[in-house]
Design a protein. Structure first.
Length: 149
């Protein structure tokens, strides 16, 4: 009879150890999962914050727009970055009452306090106003309206 009591004591000790081990393993897994999720969310929020702050610091002026027609019609646009952050122009759209032309750029970075002149082949019509819409990589949109001669 003494031997049976001893086995019961050992089996309850083994059961408690197994329960404790399972609890520790599940708790450790849960903490690691939560930490990974928190780090991921923190990185996402940090990236969004940085992008939006930099977007606020973007400031672009569309100036010195001139028209030419030798050998074919073109439009030359000078863009001046007066902001505190460098920016990348990704798209220039020319909109008239009759049509819209989109010109996509891949490498047109402008440092702060610098200019970039862009020549666009465009069949403009005299005395037809053109709205120039410039979009940056961060999604800022700058517009100006010009009138061909």
């Amino acid at each position: 009879m003494r031997r049976a009591n001893r086995r019961r004591a050992i089996s309850s000790l083994i059961t408690a150890t197994m329960l404790l081990t399972a609890t520790v393993v599940m708790g450790t897994g849960l903490v690691n999962w939560a930490n990974t999720r928190l780090t991921s969310y923190q990185q996402t929020i940090s990236n969004a914050f940085t992008t939006n702050v930099n977007k606020l610091n973007e400031n672009l002026i569309i100036e010195n727009v001139w028209f030419g027609s030798n050998p074919s019609k073109f439009l030359n646009i000078t863009l001046t970055n007066i902001g505190t952050e460098g920016l990348n122009v990704t798209d220039i759209k020319l909109v008239t009452s009759k049509q819209s032309s989109d010109f996509i750029f891949s490498n047109s970075g402008i440092f702060p306090n610098n200019q970039n002149s862009t020549l666009i082949l465009y069949n403009w019509q005299s005395n037809t106003p053109i709205q120039v819409v410039v979009t940056t990589a961060r999604g800022s949109i700058f517009t100006s309206q010009v009138m061909p001669p």
